[in-house]
Write a protein that binds this ligand. Structure first.
Ligand code: DUT
Ligand code: MG
Length: 153
């Protein structure tokens, strides 16, 4: 696996002290866990969402890359804690704080503690499209079929 240099700023002095820096948990990890850089625990009632700071900013710079913020499977499946925007997309030119929209889609309250791992960040390749305007497409096998056109099973 290659390692892409990405600039990171630490915006909260607790990061690297009480709140660990994000790290890849294993050699094969696709994502780094992001932690809640809160002043104190926050309880999300069922249906509630909150924008939670991470205390970090990154500047990807290279526009053939982006980062995505994705839910953690354990929090999402067991506790109903997912993302208010479903997926967060971090542009290569974004220099602000990484923010995580935490949404309690479950039916019981959930308390997010200071430093808790709330989501994960994945660096992904990106290609910008250059659209060529045409009158018609060369016919494909699928054509305009979609939304279940191939059947359910
Ligand atoms: O979960 C997220 C999603 C986005 N961002 C930051 C990085 C991203 O580059 C910027 C803009 O995100 P997006 O384009 O998805 O939001 P928008 O509503 O279109 O805002 P903008 O008009 O600033 O592009 O906000 C986060 O920190 N966390
Ligand atoms: Mg945008």
């Amino acid at each position: 696996m290659s390692h892409q240099p990405v600039q990171m700023r630490i915006l909260d002095e607790r990061i690297g002290q009480d709140i660990p820096m994000p790290t890849y948990a294993t050699d094969g990890s696709a994502g780094l866990d992001l932690r809640a850089c809160l002043e104190g625990p926050v309880t999300l009632a069922p249906g509630e969402s909150m924008l939670i700071p991470t205390g970090l900013s990154i500047y990807i710079e290279d526009n053939t890359l982006a980062a995505m913020i994705l839910p953690r499977s354990g929090l999402g499946h067991k506790h109903g804690i997912v993302l208010g925007n479903l997926v967060g997309l971090i542009d290569s030119d974004y220099q602000g704080e990484l923010m995580v929209s935490c949404w309690n889609r479950g039916s019981t309250a959930f308390t997010v503690n200071v430093g808790e791992r709330i989501a994960q960040l994945v660096l992904v390749p990106v290609v910008q499209a250059q659209f060529d305007i045409v009158d018609e497409f060369h016919a494909s096998g699928r054509g305009e079929g979609g939304f279940g056109s191939t059947g359910r099973h």
